[in-house]
Design a protein around this ligand. Structure first.
Ligand code: BGC
Length: 744
């Protein structure tokens, strides 16, 4: 009762403040000239640039002239104060600026990349990471982050796969909402939170051939079923802003795609926020060949429902002309300006423009010790154990001074942004302090020495490059050791935007190094630092234990040591499929059956390859732990239900190992007789269950009519009677199953 009263009260306050803001916005709008309005729609880049260079001549002059409404990518705190002072004190109307920034996996404290965080399947952890990241960024004067990136992708070639939550729309939706909650907190006006920006709307994860910025073409069904759910979830979680995508979608650039923006986002979902372009994506409509010039591009983007122009200056050059020539109306411009002003009001910037520029918070709220602790937990929860032959891991204490070698190009690298990604702009682009990263060697060496080992470190190659070391260095370093930990992978700077690859093999001569090390006939543990699924079939067959570490951030070595020494158990599960061959891509668990599914490699006239299995190297949802968990058969009281009823299933999970574990129990369905072909499996739910050794826990899963609904031939979202399969298991492949019937 009290809770209902509390929420009604909060709701009432929100409505009052919304109405008050509206009145203030209208009063301000009435005073603004056309140029001032267009200025509010202009966002200008700062001291860090992620796109093609845009000339920023004298930002202060432009602010003074009312030509800038927002800035992005400014790292310098004091400069932000100066700019805000100019906006507030030296412009006619004193409208404050908003500062936007890409806070992708931490601001000053660097956490695992978002794809790694997704591998934790831990929504609370992800929310906490976003909360801390927002706190640090807000303490540095930022008000708005260009995050979360919620693009579902099935393409490991794409450099930006690392920024999202992987291939599944359900997991992706939960994570999208968690990120928004963590970033925005309870109130946008709280100066320790940021406004979120959900990106890239939409389709970007499906670029052809995994090549960044490329074309996207897909059915409306796929769009609605796979791409849009995380956006919808983020909109529902009240994300303040959205960002357009660079790509065309079915021929129309996303920034001028009325169907996406006006019909779906603002229409069907009734979302009220502001939409910013991606970096010059209004201008790029001209390069796409979908607009003639700045005027045409401005008109088309505004008409579609986009509001703010990031970094391109297209609106500055073209919007006035578009109005003069009747291609847009004054009312449309006003509406876009209203949305920008509303965001500024909601952030509290009109009440206090320096709210986020507090010198005290700037000193105290950045790089706190507890942020590091959270980062260490996040590292341990996001790594995934793919193989562990003969229980090589965890490493057990020794009394006989056994020797361990930590070796490879990523054993102890100080390469630029290694163990993280280019998307750590809060540290600057290049001249950041790399000693803040605990490397694998720095974390593992003391932990292993404390267990009685003699530890040797051989960092091969200079600064994390993988082609410049000699195999003889690896061979010599491994002489006389009892266990080898080989740290391999990708350079940090090769992860992120504009960093697509055409070959996803473990790069350089690293596989050769693994082969060299294996000639020593001692167990080898491979630790992979990666931003995307890579192909490493030789290692899968020959290396004793394999850990996917992703790019883990500052606490790399500590989190890794916690896992390898068994201080913590592995819980991570792959949020994206790892293929055997690049030729299988796109390879994803929730595919359709085809009329000729292949069950055995080499069977002609079935859907397969002559030269490769169709199955993945490691499927979606897969990950081992140190404690094998047993799944009972699935039980259900009723195996036939009505179309408007929920199907209830039960299963018991038992920890048969010697360590406590958090098991991620996954529940999938398949609709066997729908109106259209449905995926062979779709994740519908998962539970994270803590099991002490010997624990057995009964679990229940509910499959509601909404869970069974899909976009049918008439593009209606509905469920229908028919036969279904329910799967519950530890991955998308290792499952128990049961059939059930849905009747009218
Ligand atoms: C990226 C966005 C990013 C923006 C600002 C663009 O190139 O696509 O994701 O937010 O730059 O840095």
């Amino acid at each position: 009762m009290r809770l209902i009263f509390y929420f009604s009260f909060v709701f009432l306050l929100q409505n009052i403040s919304f109405a008050q803001n509206n009145a203030k916005i209208e009063a301000l709008l009435a005073k603004m000239t056309l140029d001032e309005k267009i200025g509010q729609l202009n966002q200008v880049p700062g001291d860090i640039s992620t796109g093609t260079d845009v000339k920023v001549d004298n930002i202060l002059v432009q602010i003074r002239e009312g030509k800038i409404g927002s800035l992005l990518s400014h790292t310098n705190f004091d400069n932000k104060i100066i700019m805000q002072q100019v906006a507030v004190k030296e412009t006619r109307l004193g409208i404050p600026l908003i500062f936007g920034f890409d806070v992708i996996h931490g601001y000053k404290t660097i956490f695992p990349i978002p794809l790694a965080q997704a591998a934790s399947w831990n929504l609370k952890l992800i929310e906490n990471i976003e909360q801390v990241s927002a706190m640090e960024a807000a303490a540095d004067g930022q008000n708005w982050t260009f995050s979360p990136m919620v693009d579902v992708t099935r393409d490991p070639r794409w450099g930006r796969a690392m920024e999202g939550a992987g291939e599944d729309p359900y997991l992706g939706s939960l994570i999208a909402a968690a990120r928004v909650r963590g970033t925005q907190g309870r109130s946008l006006s709280d100066p320790t939170t940021l406004a979120a920006c959900v990106k890239h709307y939409a389709g970007y994860g499906f670029i052809e051939a995994g090549r960044d910025y490329n074309t996207v073409d897909m059915s409306e069904q796929r769009l609605r079923e796979i791409v849009l759910p995380p956006f919808k979830a983020a909109a529902k979680a009240d994300a303040a802003t959205f960002m357009n995508a660079f790509n065309t979608l079915n021929g129309t650039p996303a920034s001028m795609n009325k169907h996406l923006i006006t019909d779906i986002l603002r229409g069907e979902w009734n979302w009220k926020g502001m939409i910013v372009s991606d970096w010059n994506s209004f201008g790029e409509t001209i390069v796409h060949g979908a607009a003639a010039d700045d005027e045409d591009a401005s008109a088309k983007c505004l008409n579609a429902g986009s509001d703010m122009d990031m970094a391109g200056g297209t609106f500055q050059r073209g919007l006035k002309k578009a109005l003069e020539n009747g291609k847009v109306t004054q009312a449309q411009i006003d509406e876009a300006v209203r949305r920008v002003l509303r965001l500024k009001f909601e952030l509290g910037l009109f009440d206090d423009p320096y709210k986020y520029l507090n010198k005290e918070r700037h000193k105290t709220n950045i790089e706190k010790k507890e942020y590091r602790t959270l980062a260490r937990t996040a590292v341990a929860e996001s790594m995934v154990l793919l193989k562990n032959n003969n229980d090589v891991l965890p490493i057990k204490p020794t009394t006989t001074k056994k020797k361990i070698l930590i070796v490879g190009p990523y054993a102890d690298s100080r390469g630029n942004k290694d163990y993280m990604s280019f998307w750590t702009l809060g540290l600057g682009m290049r001249d950041y302090d790399s000693t803040k990263v605990v490397t694998p060697a720095q974390g593992l060496k003391p932990a292993l020495e404390a267990m009685g080992y003699e530890v040797k470190v051989a960092q091969l190659g200079k600064n994390g490059t993988y082609d410049v070391f000699a195999q003889k260095d690896a061979y010599e370093a491994s002489a006389g050791v009892d266990l080898i930990i080989a740290c391999v992978g990708e350079q940090g700077m090769n992860c992120g935007e504009s960093r697509s690859v055409a070959d996803i093999h473990l790069p350089g001569n690293q596989e050769e190094m693994l082969k060299t090390l294996k000639t020593r006939n001692v167990p080898v543990v491979m630790v992979l630092f990666n931003s995307r699924p890579l192909v490493f079939n030789w290692a899968s067959e020959n290396i004793d234990a394999i850990v996917v570490a992703w790019q883990p951030g500052f606490e790399t070595g500590n989190g890794l040591a916690d896992l390898l020494t068994g201080k913590t158990n592995f819980t991570g599960r792959l949020p994206i499929t790892f293929p055997r061959n690049l030729g299988q891509v796109p390879l994803y668990y929730n595919h359709l059956s085809t009329g000729r599914p292949q069950t055995k490699f080499g069977t002609l006239w079935t859907s397969g390859y002559l030269d490769s299995e169709t199955t993945p190297a490691y499927p979606f949802g897969f990950g081992l732990s140190y404690s094998p968990v047993d799944y009972s058969e699935i039980r259900a009281e009723r195996s036939t239900i009505g179309n408007d009823e929920t199907f209830v299933a039960n299963i018991t999970v038992t920890n048969n190992g010697k360590m406590a574990v958090d098991e991620i129990v996954q529940c999938y369905i398949r609709d066997l007789s729908a109106d259209i072909a449905r995926p062979v499996k779709e994740l519908k739910s998962f539970l994270r269950v803590h099991l002490e050794p010997g624990d057995s826990k009964p679990l229940q899963f509910n499959i509601s009519p909404e869970d069974r609904s899909y976009w049918n031939q008439d593009l209606k979202f509905k469920c229908d009677p028919g036969q279904m399969t329910l799967f519950i298991g530890s991955s998308s492949e290792k499952v128990k199953k049961m059939e059930f019937n849905v009747v009218k």
